[in-house]
Write a new protein. Structure first.
Lengths: 112, 117
């Protein structure tokens, strides 16, 4: 699976928009991009997934440029409860049985 | 709809003892995965079941670990005998088979924290 690189940590204040960028230079044609969120003492929680361009759901937006070598997770108007670790993963997620490869993720700290 | 559940939430055992972790996937999910995070490391894949069959065991660390999924519903992960380095958090995830344009989204349980003394 393609290796991903993302910032180790980010700080923000309540009400701000947070953008976390992930690099995946070796992404394959059939790879998708998926983001998970993890709170302390909980399992990773699926946030959003995309293949190209832009995907939006009730939680976040995912921006993917044409070359797909990077992606940006956008969290609008964060609150204290958005403090968590965010993981960017790539892989052929249109196939069942793809082992997720987690890196260190980005620890987002939101302050009041 | 209930999510993935795991039991126990915590387990403290002594080196050399046996521990069995249980995972109940989301109803109707044929795919079941085990992952673990040992102290200070990233979450690592252990194995993947499709119904009751092991499809990929490439992440299992050694033969002290035995996973089963009898009947294709819940799964157990037994560690026998447990060693100090087995301490960590064990996560279970499940997913449906992707169909059409859907993708294989894995939903995780809360994990079991295992401490081996």
């Amino acid at each position: 699976l393609a290796k991903t690189t993302q910032p180790i940590s980010m700080d923000s204040y309540e009400g701000q928009e947070v953008n976390i960028t992930c690099s995946h230079n070796n992404i394959a044609t059939n790879d998708y991009i998926t983001w998970y969120q993890q709170f302390p003492s909980q399992g990773p929680r699926f946030i959003i997934q995309g293949y190209k361009t832009k995907v939006t759901n009730e939680v976040a937006s995912l921006f993917i440029p044409a070359d797909r070598k990077s992606s940006t997770l956008s969290l609008p108007r964060v609150s204290l409860s958005d403090t968590a670790v965010y993981y960017c993963l790539v892989g052929p997620f249109n196939q069942a049985g793809t082992a997720l490869i987690f890196g260190k993720g980005t620890t987002l700290s939101v302050s009041s | 709809e209930a999510g993935v559940t795991q039991f126990p939430s915590h387990s403290v055992i002594e080196k050399g003892q046996t521990v069995t972790l249980r995972c109940d996937p989301i109803s109707g999910h044929d795919n079941l995965y085990w992952y673990r995070r040992v102290m200070g490391k990233e979450i690592k894949f252990l194995l993947h079941f499709v119904k009751e069959s092991k499809q990929d065991e490439s992440g299992m660390p050694n033969n002290r670990f035995l996973a089963e999924r009898t009947g294709g519903t819940y799964s157990t992960l037994k560690v026998q005998p447990a060693e100090l380095e087995d301490s960590g958090v064990y996560f279970c995830a499940s997913s449906q088979d992707p169909a059409g344009t859907s993708t294989d989204t894995q939903y995780f349980g809360p994990g079991t924290r295992l401490t081996v003394l």
